[in-house]
Design a protein around this ligand. Structure first.
Ligand code: AMP
Length: 591
């Protein structure tokens, strides 16, 4: 696929991968997309790390910067494709020397540091399954995910090990190796030094035969009920990472690309590690957290040309006003895209006016592995719309039943809606980055499909021209600052406190973060609802859960229940929003 024709945008001539949408959809085939990648030599399969690193290291891009890392102290470190190939080879050899076999799960619990990228890609080379965790998680979410994922190896920092892992290590019997970054720590038993092992390992590694259907990535996501779900993706997903980076982000080898999502979330892996490297671009990684002035400086000084971020970040920049933006030279920016939560139309326009580029919203989720619906670089943007399905992706809207989800009849049939409509957003199953299972939960996986469709759990509207508009979730999951939070996980953590009899957790609207996590708590008989207790519970939640802890806790001794005794979160939410309790359907448009 070459970058296509010239298209006019205002007075500017734009060259883009996708210009004629209908033609691109007509002519696209996944076979051709697969053929655009190299595959392992000798026809021994397809491996994400080979496409992302080794094939560039062996070619003309070897000395190009693959990773440009900005550390907290203001330093910059550049790692070329050749160096990245060597470092990741060393990591793959370390795993081999430790007796870690293909298919075993390698977890990372790291901030955005070079070791994270080395471990992630090295694990894929070794044909292990990579599961990157968000470093701001507390011990409970980490224990839950590592237990469910049967982590064999964990790469983390000494500080994170002490704070988050040591207290739960006895709950992880499958965990054989903990590799710590940084200087060797002598006082942490049961751990090894990553640097020591890497320097002793060979920088040569030949990736073994990799079936495109072999498991590669394990991402945890949340549902309304139950524990986190482990969505498994296969090596073949790289075909979708590659083409969607071109179609939706218009990413090219000479771009400096900045994906601000943390690799602990799916966006930060698919587009914060894999996609830019497969393209052969320079990928920027910033160790620090959000700060408006810094972010502008990064965009300007690093000459970022394609920027993939989140609506919360755009709204935070908007809050600082246009003056801050005007102080920086953003002329290198060619495309801004965002994902993860609804993008308000004002944010799209603000981008155009203040940053010099509109924000291109796109839609996807953990299970889809790659962008499915998007606003394209050279096409009209309809502010407030998620855009149109990518070439190779068939989206549909299914008629919903009384529980808000797609109606599936006794024969397993669903009812796709024609033309302009509103329904549960569904995707025709079968694209390469589609998840291949929920770990240890075949029933749940099967229930996510009906009649050849994958059911997304989102409600959307389609206009007469085929643009999709997000309406809301058909379930109770919370989206806070772009991060998906499972209410059950938060409720369970709070109920571990001896004063708590029951908890109901919802998202409340917030102008910047979209939603904030709020808990309604019933105390055990005889416990006084004091301010001290509220503060204690907030701290208890924070220590257990980390970044997904509730921001607000209210005591409520009359939580609404279903007949089967479950807390009715939707009613709590209706009350919170001051909506009539009978009319819960209105909830969706409030998001
Ligand atoms: P996650 O699996 O954590 O990536 O979250 C996926 C969910 O985020 C989707 O199912 C949507 O509910 C929401 N989401 C993702 N992208 C968008 C978007 N562009 N507009 C509105 N919601 C979005």
């Amino acid at each position: 696929m070459r970058s296509e024709t010239i298209h006019k945008r205002g007075d500017e001539r734009v060259e883009a991968y996708l210009v004629d949408y209908d033609r691109a959809r007509r002519e696209f085939s996944w076979e051709q997309a697969r053929a655009a990648l190299s595959g392992l030599s000798g026809g021994t399969g397809l491996n994400i790390a080979f496409e992302a690193v080794d094939r560039h290291a062996a070619g003309s891009r070897a000395s190009i910067t693959a990773l440009r890392w900005l550390d907290r102290a203001g330093g910059v470190q550049e790692i070329s494709y050749r160096d990245l190939a060597e470092l990741t080879a060393r990591f793959a050899n370390v795993l081999g020397a430790l007796g870690v076999r293909p298919g075993e799960r390698v977890f990372t619990l790291l901030g955005r540091v070079p070791d994270l990228y080395v471990a992630a890609l090295g694990a894929l080379k070794a044909r292990c399954v990579l599961s990157p965790l968000f470093a701001a998680f507390g011990p409970e979410p980490v224990a839950e995910r590592m237990r469910l994922g049967e982590a064999a190896v964990l790469v983390t920092t000494p500080a994170l090990y002490r704070r988050t892992v040591a207290p739960i290590r006895d709950r992880l019997p499958a965990l054989r190796h903990v590799l710590l970054t940084g200087p060797t720590e002598t006082d942490l038993s049961g751990t090894g030094s990553l640097a020591g092992l890497l320097s002793a390992a060979s920088p040569e590694f030949t990736i073994g035969p990799t079936d495109p259907q072999d498991a590669a990535l394990l991402h945890f996501t949340s549902g309304t009920t139950g524990r986190p779900k482990g969505a498994l993706h296969v090596h073949e997903a790289v075909v979708a990472h590659h083409v969607t980076a071109r179609f939706a982000l218009d990413l090219r080898p000479d771009d400096v690309f900045w994906c601000t999502a943390d690799p602990g979330w799916v966006t930060g892996t698919s587009y914060g590690i894999i996609a830019p490297l497969v393209i052969g671009a320079t990928m920027l990684s910033d160790e620090s957290e959000f700060d408006a002035r810094r972010w502008y400086r990064v965009l300007a000084e690093q000459r970022v040309s394609v920027w993939y971020t989140a609506p919360t970040a755009i709204r935070m920049l908007m809050r600082r006003g246009p003056e801050e933006a005007a102080r920086h030279d953003l002329s290198a920016l060619r495309l801004i895209a965002s994902v993860g939560e609804p993008l308000n139309p004002e944010a799209v326009r603000w981008g155009a006016e203040v940053l010099g580029r509109p924000v291109h919203d796109n839609w996807w989720q953990t299970e889809t592995g790659a962008i499915m619906i998007g606003n394209f670089a050279a096409a009209e943007i309809r502010p407030g719309s998620m855009g149109r399905p990518l070439p190779g992706i068939d989206a549909g809207l299914l008629e919903r039943g009384p529980n808000g989800r797609a109606l599936v009849d006794a024969d397993g049939r669903v009812r796709p809606l024609e033309e302009a409509a509103e329904g549960e957003l569904a995707l025709r199953a079968g694209w390469p980055s589609m998840f291949r299972g929920y770990l240890h939960d075949a029933d749940r996986y099967a229930a996510a499909f009906a009649d050849g469709w994958y059911l997304t759990g989102d409600v959307a509207r389609r206009d007469a021209d085929g643009w999709y508009w997000f309406v809301g979730r058909a379930d109770d999951v919370i989206k806070s600052a772009g991060h998906l939070v499972g209410p059950f996980e938060v409720e369970s953590a709070l109920m571990a406190h001896p004063a708590v009899a029951e908890a109901g957790v919802i998202g409340t609207p917030d102008p910047v973060a979209g939603e904030l996590v709020k808990a309604f708590v019933t105390l055990r008989a005889g416990v006084e609802p004091t301010e001290e207790l509220r503060t204690e519970l907030l701290g208890f939640g924070r220590r257990a859960l980390g970044s997904v802890a509730p921001r607000e806790i209210v005591f409520d001794d009359a939580l609404p229940h279903t007949r089967s005794g479950k807390v009715m979160r939707r009613l709590l939410k209706a009350r919170e929003l001051g909506l009539p309790e009978g009319d819960l359907s209105t909830l969706e448009v409030t998001r």
